[in-house]
Design a protein around this ligand. Structure first.
Ligand code: MG
Length: 443
């Protein structure tokens, strides 16, 4: 019997030859409110990021970075947080991109280079190294500047949690242990929690150490990285990076045979994670209400916005869909995703979006009534006209010959054998003979 690796060879071939896939709808029952100072927070955070990048950007390059909409996640997460906290959180969103990009762009790919890079990041977080002692690169500059702000803005305990989350991310990358579950590997890679801590809602240690909280938090993180894995797949596909869930499922899961199966399975898993999050969040909220923990309830509100804010960000960021893409301002979308190295191309059939029942009840629009107008529809109409209708006429023919019924309906002449023309002369109608084999009902 072939080994599991050999069994998956067709899947590898399929993956490399991929040109398109169907993006299903990703519904979300959680909602968010926009922060009232969305525009100014976004502008300030972007200016900070440009300053850290220390480059003379052309207007076009600036526009491209603005369209990444990096601070969007923060601004959609809570309408109540103080502006200083929201700004720090928006800067942290930029920092995650700055810290991650050297890996994405293979600048610190593995080995001693990665170890030295991550150790320097951690010493800047802990404040044990000054900026003068480290090489002058973007990630170090941004990290040093933001950690200084966070140290004064956050309570000691919360700042400690922030740094330990960054440390967890660095350790998971350093260990590079790909023998563990992909889910666990990705969960550690998404170091989004400091961004939520920086928004200003506080909690006690016991609140975030209960099993129910850890389950809710894991479900939230899983939802976020799974959404990222679907939307960043095309970008990673052209960089020949396959550390995303659809590719992992296709290459490892025996029940997944095509890339479309893998995308559909990922999207189902995303829905399961949302349900799981809501289930544990509701338990936590009920307990917090009983115990009068108002701060923790506020923190749960922020946490609940993270899932929809992340989802909306992935539909709206040029990071995944290319600059000036009309899709960026149009909310959610679904349809055929044509792979292209520069921008996302979605071909969506409006009939599909508007008439979901047509997809499920009429064999994916293969009947004549729901099929899109075109050659297929023309052929179907011809088939119906030459095949279906005569056979129906044969069956209902004798019924139509019933003169009593014809008179009652009033659309046929009352006299079955005569037809009066508008000119006044009478035409004798020929009686149709019923086809052979059909019983004659008329006497
Ligand atoms: Mg990704």
């Amino acid at each position: 019997m072939a080994s599991p690796c050999l069994q998956k060879l067709p899947a590898v071939e399929h993956l490399f030859a991929l040109t398109r896939f169907e993006l299903p709808e990703i519904p979300c029952s959680l909602s968010f409110q926009r922060h009232p100072e969305y525009t100014s927070i976004t502008k300030e955070a972007n200016e900070w990021a440009f300053k850290c990048m220390r480059r003379d950007f052309s207007p076009e390059e600036k526009k491209c970075l603005v369209q990444w909409k990096v601070p969007m996640f923060t601004c959609l997460s809570t309408p109540h947080a103080p502006k200083a906290n929201m700004l720090a959180s928006a800067k942290f969103a930029w920092l995650t991109a700055f810290l991650d990009d050297p890996f994405d762009d293979n600048e610190v790919a593995g080995g001693a280079l990665a170890t030295s890079y991550l150790n320097t990041v951690l010493s800047l977080c802990y404040g044990t190294a000054s900026l003068a002692e480290v090489p002058d690169i973007l990630a170090y500059r941004a990290c040093h500047d933001l950690m200084k702000d966070l140290r004064s803005l956050l309570k000691t305990e919360l700042f400690r949690r922030t740094v330990s989350t960054v440390e967890g991310w660095a350790r998971s990358i350093l260990s590079d242990d790909l023998t563990q579950d992909y889910e666990l590997y990705r969960r550690k890679n998404v170091f989004i929690l400091p961004l939520i801590y920086a928004m200003g809602a506080s909690f006690d240690d016991e609140d975030v150490e209960s099993l129910d909280y850890i389950r809710a938090q894991n479900a939230m993180l899983d939802h976020m990285w799974m959404v990222n894995d679907v939307f960043s797949f095309p970008k990673e596909f052209y960089k020949k990076k396959f550390n995303n869930l659809p590719a992992v499922l296709l290459l490892t899961d025996p029940s997944v045979q095509t890339f479309q199966d893998a995308v559909n399975t990922t999207c189902r898993m995303i829905q399961d994670k949302e349900d799981e999050f809501i289930y544990y969040r509701d338990i936590l909220a009920t307990n917090a209400s009983w115990n009068g923990k108002k701060d923790f309830l506020k923190f749960l509100d922020v946490l609940s916005c993270a899932i929809p804010a992340n989802l909306v960000f992935h539909y709206a960021s040029s990071r995944y869909h290319g600059m000036d893409n009309p899709l960026l301002g149009g909310g959610t979308f679904r349809g055929t995703w044509i792979l292209d190295p520069k921008c996302t191309i979605i071909v969506s059939d409006p009939k599909r979006t508007l008439h979901m029942p047509g997809e499920y009840s009429f064999y994916n629009f293969l009947d004549m009534g729901f099929a899109p107008y075109g050659d297929y529809w023309k052929n179907m109409r011809k088939l119906c006209a030459t095949g279906t209708i005569p056979s129906r006429r044969e069956k209902i023919g004798p019924y139509l010959l019933d003169s009593a019924r014809r008179e009652r309906w009033g659309f046929l002449p009352k006299r079955s054998d005569q037809w009066k023309r508008p000119t006044g002369d009478t035409v004798k109608l020929r009686r149709r003979c019923p086809p052979p084999g059909i019983p004659q009902t008329r006497t």
